[in-house]
Every structure is written in structure tokens, then in C-alpha cells.
Write a protein that binds this ligand. Structure first.
Ligand code: AMP
Ligand code: FES
Ligand code: ZN
Ligand code: ZN
Length: 314
């Protein structure tokens, strides 16, 4: 027997929502877009945003983000795309290509930033010289991405930056921050972080949809995306373990991640006092971007990898 859409009776292609209703392609797309629109409204993500920089890695989440924003808000918000070539062998080139194909298919202006060309180093180099940079590769990568996104947002005059973090990412990161007592990190995991000095606001419109849902969305749209995982992603340790645990809980209670994350955002984070945020207070003496000390983390990494290894060592 063929399964039918609960709304229109057409052939069902996916299940969605807490009731796991069967839906046809058209109604699944509508369902997904409605959930994203609700997130945008609930957390007022587009407040004061005329021009939005959309950071696209070429993976399923950020490709879904680009399409859903285009379909929901085109004409109201000007989208500018950004993709960063991180210089990860066998991974970055196809990633950038997928991002580019989506920008072009939608007619969205975009910037491609190559770390090697613009800054003289790559994430592969940071991985080979981990001891010199004194940080795990993913942490270097996170600093680099945030820096480049902010810099380009300022250059193109964007009012905010959108990233494709989904509910799986955010529920996992919030749990890890709580477990490890990293409260400064926890408070930044909200769907919208506000402007702080030269830090452009960041928004996460996919905060309440899961990775499975974004995958179904891009597949049904027929949008091209990169399937591979980053070769530097850790395969063991706390992160994959906790992720598997959340997945198991999700199987038993369909909305566990959403319940946990929305409760943390609405009930826990507002009660945490934030005396002052170090990141927004200073200015890097080298690049002029926000810094907690004299030199920002990005410039320190760049110098360690490209110039004199001793510079930046306190
Ligand atoms: P990740 O840090 O890889 O989990 O990615 C989180 C979000 O950051 C993605 O959904 C994108 O919005 C953005 N992002 C990650 N990698 C890139 C990249 N190479 N270029 C542009 N944006 C990226
Ligand atoms: Fe940054 Fe993997 S994408 S280390
Ligand atoms: Zn239908
Ligand atoms: Zn700097």
C-alpha cells in the first residue's frame, strides 16, 4: 500500500513534526519553511536586518539555509553569500564549488575567501603545526571562520550574519558547555547574538530544525550539496559520544533536543549575568578587529603559522 500525504492525499515522501505525519514533497517543504519562519519570528532574528551575509559551506545545512531564506524573505532582505576556502585537501575545493553552484542558481551575489591567498595559511597547515598554534584544528578553524565572516560582513555592510547551525549542533554544544562549565560559550549559543563593538550580530534560523530535516529539505528541493564530513572532525571523545546519546534520547522522545535547547535559551541563559564580554571590548593592534588582548586570536594564529613562531607567545 502506498503511503499518502495527510494533507492532500498525494504520494508521501517524508514524515515530519511531533506527530510524525506523512507528507508529500510540497507539504514537507511548506512544513519546513513554516518551522524556520516561526523560529525567525519567535526570536526576532531579522529585526533591523536589511542586508544579510549568509555563510555557506556547501554542506546540507547551509545550503538549506540559503534556499529557505531566499524562498521566505527574498525582496525583503538582501542576501549576500560567503564561502571560505579553508584549504583542506580533497574537501574544501568541492565544498566551495557546491556553495558557488547554489549562489549562482539563486542569483545571489557572493564572495569566496581563500585562506591561502588572503592570509597565507590553511587549516591543513594549522593541523600539521598543531603544537605551534597550541590549539586543536577544529578550534583554529572555528576562530578563522568567525573572523572571516565578521570581516566580510563589515566589508559588504551586512546587518547580520546567518549560519546553518541546526538543532543537533546547538543542543550538543549547549550540553557540552554546561558539562564543561564554559558559561561564556553557553551564552553565545542563542539563536541570535547581538552586536558587540565591531562584532556583527549572528543569527541561526535553523536552530529548531534537525539535521535530518535539513537533509530531507535539500534533497526534496534538488539542491546540490557536499556530502562529505570534514577530515579533521574528531571521531572519538566527548562530542561524538554525547551526540550519540542525544540521538538515542531523540528516538524515544521525539522532541527532546528542542525541549532542552529552547528551555536553556529561554529559561537558563537569561538568568546568567554577563558582567562584560571580553571579546567586544578591545581592538586588535594588527588588524583592527575585536580582541580580548592586544592581538586578536586570528592574528596570533596567522603569525604563528606564517611569520616568526615566537611572536604572540605570552
Ligand atoms: P560548522 O562549523 O562546519 O559546523 O559550520 C557551521 C556553519 O558555519 C555552517 O552551517 C555555515 O553557515 C558556516 N560555515 C562552515 N564552514 C564554512 C565555510 N567554509 N564557508 C562559509 N561558511 C561556513
Ligand atoms: Fe574546520 Fe573541519 S571544517 S576543521
Ligand atoms: Zn501533500
Ligand atoms: Zn587581528
Amino acid at each position: 500500500m502506498r503511503l499518502r500525504c495527510r494533507i492532500c492525499g498525494e504520494r508521501a515522501v517524508a514524515r515530519a513534526g511531533p506527530g510524525r505525519r506523512y507528507l508529500c514533497a510540497r507539504h514537507y517543504l511548506e512544513h519546513f519553511e513554516r518551522r524556520v519562519a516561526k523560529t525567525v519570528e519567535k526570536y526576532r532574528l531579522l529585526r533591523g536586518v536589511r542586508r544579510l551575509l549568509v555563510a555557506v559551506s556547501g554542506g546540507k545545512d547551509s545550503v538549506a539555509l540559503l534556499h529557505v531564506l531566499h524562498r521566505l524573505y527574498r525582496g525583503r532582505v538582501e542576501l549576500v553569500g560567503l564561502t571560505i576556502d579553508l584549504g583542506i585537501e580533497g574537501y574544501s575545493t568541492p565544498q566551495v564549488e557546491f556553495a558557488r553552484r547554489n549562489f549562482e542558481a539563486l542569483g545571489i551575489d557572493y564572495r569566496v575567501v581563500g585562506l591561502a591567498e588572503e592570509y597565507g595559511f590553511t587549516i591543513d597547515l594549522a593541523s600539521r603545526r598543531r603544537r605551534l598554534v597550541r590549539r586543536p584544528t577544529c578550534s583554529v578553524c572555528g576562530i578563522v571562520k568567525r573572523y572571516v565572516m565578521n570581516r566580510i560582513a563589515i566589508e559588504v555592510g551586512a546587518d547580520a550574519i546567518a549560519t546553518g547551525h541546526n538543532l543537533d549542533d546547538l543542543s550538543l554544544f549547549t550540553l557540552m558547555s554546561i558539562a564543561q562549565g564554559r558559561i561564556d560559550d553557553l551564552v553565545k549559543l542563542v539563536p541570535r547574538t547581538e552586536k558587540m563593538g565591531a562584532l556583527v550580530p549572528r543569527i541561526r534560523p535553523l536552530a529548531l530544525v534537525s539535521g535530518k530535516e535539513t537533509l530531507t529539505y535539500v534533497v526534496l528541493l534538488g539542491a546540490p550539496f557536499h556530502h562529505e564530513n570534514c577530515p579533521h572532525a574528531p571521531s572519538d571523545g566527548l562530542r561524538p559520544e554525547l551526540s550519540a546519546m542525544l540521538e538515542r534520547l531523540e528516538d524515544r522522545n521525539l522532541e527532546f533536543r528542542k525541549m532542552m535547547y529552547t528551555n536553556i535559551v529561554s529559561n537558563l541563559i537569561p538568568r546568567i549575568s554577563r558582567p562584560d564580554d571580553k571579546a567586544g571590548t578591545g581592538t586588535c593592534t594588527i588588524c583592527g578587529m575585536p580582541a580580548s588582548g592586544k592581538i586578536c586570536s586570528f592574528c596570533r594564529i596567522r603569525m604563528r603559522l606564517t611569520e616568526h613562531p615566537k611572536i604572540g607567545v605570552e
